[in-house]
Design a binder for this molecule. Sequence first.
Ligand code: OAD
Length: 248
Amino acid sequence: MSSEELKVAELVKRSSGRVIAFTGAGISAEVGIPTFRGRDGLWERYDPEELATPRAFRRNPELVWRWYAWRMSLIREARPSPAHELLARWESEGMLMGVVTQNIDGLHREAGSINLVELHGSIWRMRCTSCDLKLDLGFGRIPEEIPPVCSCGSIMRPDVVWFHEPLPSDAWSRAEELMGKAEVVLVIGTSGLVMPAASLPLMALGRGAILVEINPEETNLSRFARFRIRKGASEALQGVNRYLGGIS
Ligand code: OAD
């Protein structure tokens, strides 16, 4: 355990619940879901312009759906990591206000997080390209027919945010509201490169919140963090959690 973890545990305790976790692909990397950037990252092997834009979908919906079905098949093999589980537990114990995630894998929900904002949507939900009907598939359920067709006859798309698309306005306003209340933001497993999501911790910082970065690597957001734990998400949060027990 490190003294950084002790300081973060004290900070979390002192903030009496005004703590938010802002998470990215790194929190799920430990359970076998590839991140986007860096070695073995998805965007090293696949071109987002071919697979994750509205134009790519219009050009070849079947290709895009096959890629999402492949990602679904990887995700459904995974279970929440100790990091996902600890965040859910801290929320249930009143130490954490909620989680704002860029991840679409559904693992925070599987772990039991309740006050959860999925900024980039969910891979386990689809929506109609014409009538906007949304359908929850449920964790682990991959559509049998690809591309799936809505009852109105049009094709469905994954209910996720693609490049060149705005974030859903309800998710954005909930995230802003949470960031506005936060005294501490735990920035976990994100490169902080994708806007507008990455501006959220900075928004909280501007309102006086303290940022804690949990990431084995230096990132775009590192210089704004008061504390940096250079470990994987689960090891770091387990370290903080051990200290939490000893602080009254
Ligand atoms: P990235 O792939 O950009 O960054 C992942 C981060 O996780 C890196 O900073 C790694 O150092 C860190 N990391 C790796 N293993 C870790 C571990 N065990 N514990 C903690 N951190 C670890 O992923 P995001 O920042 O989430 O958007 O990417 C943001 C957005 O870019 C995604 O939501 C996606 C992508 O394009 C859309 O698809 C709209």
